[in-house]
Write a protein that binds this ligand. Structure first.
Ligand SMILES: C[S@@+](CC[C@H](N)C(=O)[O-])C[C@H]1O[C@@H](n2cnc3c(N)ncnc32)[C@H](O)[C@@H]1O
Length: 522
């Protein structure tokens, strides 16, 4: 029996992180000229996998790859094993082990993921993390390490110091969290309305802390170790350990082109290398968190991304045309909008046709070249031989910028999901288990998706064996046995006919929402 850790007492929230997925690490590696192992047939290590919220859905989705997850907390590893075995996932090995004891004999991995650990462990463990990222990384492997950074954490650290002082008088984790929130509220209210940076900072922190779950606050804000660093310090340590900086998981943050022109120009003038440039960008943005990708120092990287490489990927767009039938004529603006409200208004026929074609396939991925061919056909005589070439290079630039802004995604290996609910709809087994356990549901793009209580109930029945009638019948039974509350005008409904009528309609709506959220697999 290992010593009890704070994570045994209060397990960490179970979550999946799309930016850590080997599919997306592989794409970034390829864009920078690497030749990483295809994610679909790779060996993946997750250090600090907690209760398996990240590693298990990845493993289910990539059945030909093999996964190893390690964590110090016995309770969390046991939780992860239970989830793994209930979901029948057979390609994940889970080990309760201290990072310090992880050896070279564990072999090499194509992808190593270390999310939310580095800043929260003592220095010898930090060093060991980087040494695993060297010793256990395959030749063309990619390691992902996230960590808290200065200068952003200077301010946050100030509030943490005050929280630690205040909560030290309390014993129980629940009390500590309540008191940390109470202190933040007290301080924010004490300086509310003052025209000072301190007042603005505290009101933002109060807004944030109220959004977080208690177990997240307990660890992220109140853990004994929370040790941010400057990016250049992290990069130097990695370089000394035989690694090199590949890039950021959010590649868009690396582009000065996305900043104001004058700022981008000054940054290019005053920074000689990528490490310095990234550091100055952190100064500009007051950055507080990084998700850095590393590879072996011997790898030759191509920093001038050849956007023609995008042609080899599969693409998915998160933009929808505002108009039902966008006009493809040259020079006419058509708006394509993301649900966040961000939008673009291309006028080029090929760009409009391309975005329209790809949006029709959402949430599925399509090969870039196929979409391009379809777009050319759709644009037809709006394109002529002379402007097609120009339009194509313009399109590549446009989609690259959209990729950097997280408005389109590129992957080497498409993830299967369907866009129209079938007769007997099915979602991944792990998602059904998440729903049954009241956990956040992970979709096929490894994102967490939210549903209402009926949606969570419905998810549990989507195993590909039940048609609409059977699903509605099962939900009616749930409602009549007090396991689901369906009400109208504040009154609970138990009558079979009315329940069937309501549920038939809601189930259809929800199935379309499951499809749009990349959850349906058949
Ligand atoms: C903040 S949590 C992050 C969990 C998960 N990666 C995530 O982001 O949701 C940190 C995790 O690191 C684990 N951990 C801390 N020190 C460790 C060590 N020395 N060896 C192995 N795991 C450790 C903890 O048990 C905990 O599960």
């Amino acid at each position: 029996m290992s010593a009890e850790t704070t994570y045994d007492k209060v397990p960490y929230p179970i979550n999946s992180f799309a930016q850590t997925h080997p599919n997306s690490l592989e794409t970034i590696g390829r864009l920078f000229g690497m030749d990483p192992k295809p994610s679909t047939e790779s060996r993946v290590l997750e250090i600090g996998c907690a209760s398996g919220g990240n590693i298990l859905p990845m493993a289910e989705q990539l059945p030909e790859s093999s996964f190893v997850g390690i964590d110090l907390s016995e309770t969390q590893i046991e939780n992860a094993k239970k989830l793994r075995d209930t979901a029948g996932i057979t390609n994940v090995e889970l080990k309760q082990i201290n990072i310090l004891d992880f050896g070279e004999e564990e072999g090499v991995f194509d992808y190593i993921i270390v999310h939310g650990i580095y800043s929260w462990v003592p220095d010898p463990v930090k060093e060991k993390i980087l040494s695993i990222c060297k010793a256990n990384l395959a030749e063309n492997g990619i390691a992902y390490v996230s960590y808290n950074t200065f200068p952003g954490w200077r301010l946050k650290g100030m509030l943490r110091d005050m929280m630690l002082f205040h909560t030290s008088q309390f014993e129980k984790p629940g009390e500590k969290v309540t008191q940390a929130k109470a202190l933040t509220k007290f301080l924010a209210e004490a300086v509310e309305g003052e025209d000072t940076a301190y007042s603005k900072f505290l009101s933002k922190e109060l807004e944030e802390i109220n959004k977080y779950r208690d177990n997240y606050i307990f660890h992220d804000a109140l853990e004994e170790v929370n040790d941010p660093c400057y990016f250049h310090e992290f990069a130097t340590k990695a370089m000394r350990g035989g690694l090199q900086y590949l890039g950021e998981a959010g590649i868009g943050t690396m582009l000065t082109q996305l900043m104001k022109k004058e700022i981008a120009e000054t940054l290019s003038r005053i920074t000689g290398n990528i490490i310095a440039r990234e550091q100055y960008m952190d100064f500009v943005r007051n950055r507080q968190f990084r998700q850095t990708l590393l590879c072996h120092k011997e790898i030759t990287l191509n920093r001038n991304i050849n956007i023609d490489t995008l042609r080899n990927f599969k693409i998915r767009s998160l933009l929808k045309p505002v108009s039902k039938m966008p006009l493809l004529d040259d020079g006419i603006e058509e708006e394509f909008k993301h649900r966040s409200g961000n939008s673009i208004k291309p006028t080029n026929p090929l760009a409009k046709a391309f975005l329209n074609e790809i949006s029709m396939a959402d949430p599925a991925y399509l090969p870039f070249e196929d979409v391009l061919e379809r777009a050319k056909r759709a644009a037809g005589d709006k394109l002529n031989a002379e402007n097609t070439q120009k339009s194509e290079s313009g399109l590549l630039l446009l989609v690259f910028r959209l990729y950097c802004g997280n408005l389109v995604h590129f992957v080497n290996n498409a993830t299967s999901c369907i866009t129209i609910p079938s007769e007997k709809p099915e979602i991944p087994r792990f998602a059904r288990i998440q729903a049954a356990n009241g956990l956040p549901i992970t979709n096929r793009f490894h994102q967490t998706v939210q549903f209402d209580i009926l949606g969570i109930k419905l998810a549990q029945f989507l195993d590909g064996t039940k048609d609409r009638e059977a699903i509605v019948k099962a939900l009616v039974h749930e409602a009549q046995t007090d396991r689901l509350n369906i009400s109208q005008d504040g009154k609970k409904i138990t009558d079979t006919d009315t329940l069937e009528k309501i549920l038939k309609f809601r189930v259809e709506q929800l199935l379309h929402s499951f499809a749009a959220n990349a959850l349906l697999i058949s």
